[in-house]
Design a protein. Structure first.
Length: 573
């Protein structure tokens, strides 16, 4: 249906010819259907696509998230056929079955089902993501089925002696045996499943952890760790060695931490996908713990309007990054989305007219048109050394991964004062305390006041799952306690996620940023020069229009985006 659907969408005025060409280019690169490609580039939403198909082909649309299908109906069509055609039987009346489909004109699928089952087919149209989710729900995830089989292959019968044998530190390692064990089919398949299942579940990190009598795998999904599986303890060395071989690390070195990278290509839901993992191996008393950070370009959101900024905060932030010189800082703890915000800022100002150079440790994503430099402390290439070199490269915009010492801060501030725009990060709790942090590093107040134009603090909170969102009642006292005014407390409508298959029964799906954007205007600058405290700076910034992290969170609650629990967990009043 690819070209035909694309042409129909163009003729109807839903998309332009240029947008169709973009969609076809993405389809050629990534595979899949043209409808999915158009959704991915943002010219159509899944809902708009389903509504269009329904109207155009005269076929009813169905929301599978609101339908519960009887098991006897599911059994009419085998799992492999449902996956082959991406279809799902949803109802049976007499000699007729209702079939949810992505493409309601796929006569080959309908004829095949009619021949196989003996039933006449009534098609209804559904979105691709909802259909794939429903197939996994009713037939079982392909990953779950494969994992169950692998775990059965790996599990050994319990023996009378289940005590743990701990290798002595000085014991000689048989590298040939380690390498051979790591290449055994069940171990290879298990590691492959762990890597690809993390993508499917939207995980940001994989933790593989050895304990005295247990071995577990956890995924961090939307900022929270979930226990996923417990491989047999006897495979600890084989799994560790397999991960180290993939990351090109030394399997013989078990005493020192190691860092590496895994790059693999796999097929997920009929799409070929390049996966990139940053691997960290840490020796613990019971073996090596492995943490893999998943760097998924599909999850990198470079549209600043969708990060979570309030309208006024976004306006202030954009004004600061569009200035020709000065310093813009993004602060927050590890895992709060600072890198995504900085990359989004670079994407916003990346034009052929400017020279952008970045110093990163590590370089997480490759951005076209930007010169990115990986730091290598062991050879003396640190942030300060890189910055000095950058200034001889005729830059307009410089990104420094982190200002962590006086030397880096000094060079960055001098660059900001000599006609360069400098973007960087700091580890502080909020925006005003970043000023004191710079001065504690040894930077003079007048340099901070004149060079820093804006500081943005941020946190990430989980979004309420849109599929199982429901209203709830909360006492007025609880709302006023967290910062709502009495008037807002009486009118605000609160929601929570009930829990469904789409969100793995957590009630949350995805994350959104809370932002505190502090402009360093004349009044704030005067306070900095007079040596004001962080509290005084905060009060003045709020007077001049700054929205605090807690206020940003309250706004997200009012908008029905997140819950009270998430905002209270990440912010202080």
């Amino acid at each position: 249906m690819s070209h035909r659907l694309g042409d129909v969408l163009v003729k109807s005025g839903r998309i332009t010819t240029e947008q169709l060409q973009q969609g076809l280019a993405l389809q050629k690169e990534k595979g899949g259907r043209i409808g999915s490609a158009l959704v991915k580039i943002g010219v159509l939403s899944e809902k708009e696509l389903v509504e269009f198909l329904s109207q155009h082909f005269g076929v009813p649309a169905i929301d599978l998230g609101r339908v519960e299908v009887d098991e006897s109906v599911i059994k009419i069509i085998p799992a492999d056929v449902a996956r082959k055609y991406t279809i799902l039987p949803v109802a049976k009346v007499g000699a007729k079955i209702t079939l949810a489909m992505i493409d309601p004109t796929n006569v080959f699928a309908m004829d095949d089902i009619k021949f196989m089952t003996g039933y006449n087919v009534d098609p209804v149209v559904s979105s691709e993501s909802a259909l794939r989710g429903a197939i996994d729900k009713y037939y079982g995830s392909t990953h779950a089925i494969e994992l169950k089989k692998v775990m059965e292959d790996l599990t050994e019968p319990a023996t009378a002696d289940s005590s743990l044998e701990v290798l002595e530190e000085e014991e000689d390692l048989d590298l040939d045996t380690l390498e051979k064990e790591s290449e055994e089919a069940p171990v290879v398949r298990l590691v492959n499943i762990i890597l690809t299942d993390a993508i499917k579940r939207g995980a940001s990190d994989i933790h593989i952890e050895p304990y005295e009598k247990d071995y577990r795998v956890r995924y961090r999904i939307d900022g929270v760790l979930y226990e996923m599986m417990h491989p047999p303890l006897r495979l600890r060395e084989a799994i560790t060695s397999r991960c180290k071989i993939l990351a090109k690390l030394d399997i013989a070195e078990k005493r020192l931490p190691q860092d590496g990278r895994i790059k693999i290509k796999t097929r997920i839901q009929e799409r070929v996908k390049d996966l990139d993992y940053r691997v960290s191996v840490l020796p613990t008393i019971f073996g090596e713990k492995i943490v893999m950070r998943l760097l998924d370009k599909d999850n990198l959101m470079l549209d600043m309007t969708r990060l979570g900024f309030e309208t006024d905060s976004l306006r202030r932030f954009e004004q600061a990054i569009l200035k020709p010189y000065g310093m813009v800082l993004v602060t927050g703890p590890t895992g709060s989305g600072k890198t995504n915000t900085l990359y989004s800022a670079l994407q916003r100002i990346n034009t052929p007219e400017v020279n952008i150079i970045t110093a990163e440790d590590p370089v997480e994503f490759n951005l076209p048109g930007i010169n990115q430099v990986q730091m290598k402390e062991q050879i003396g290439l640190n942030f300060a050394a890189a910055l000095r070199s950058f200034l001889r490269q005729d830059p307009n915009i410089i990104l420094v991964g982190e200002v962590r010492d006086f030397e880096t801060a000094e060079v960055a501030i001098k660059a900001a004062m000599t006609g360069h725009l400098v973007l960087s990060t700091l580890h502080t709790n909020d925006a005003p305390s970043s000023i004191n942090r710079l001065m504690n590093m040894g930077i003079e107040p007048f340099l901070v006041a004149t060079s820093v134009h804006l500081i943005a603090a941020q946190r990430l909170v989980r979004r309420i799952c849109s599929s199982c969102k429901e209203p709830i009642e909360v006492p007025l006292a609880a709302l006023t306690d967290i910062g709502f005014s009495e008037r807002d407390a009486k009118s605000v409508k609160l929601f929570r996620g009930k829990g469904c298959d789409r969100c793995s029964n957590t009630g949350y799906k995805g994350r959104v940023g809370l932002y505190e954007v502090m402009e360093v205007g004349d009044e704030v600058r005067e306070l900095i020069l007079s040596g004001a405290s962080a509290v005084e700076l905060r009060n003045k910034a709020i007077e001049t229009g700054m929205i605090s992290l807690r206020a940003s969170g309250l706004q997200k609650i009012k908008d029905g985006v997140t819950t009270i629990e998430e905002v209270v967990r990440e912010t202080v009043a």
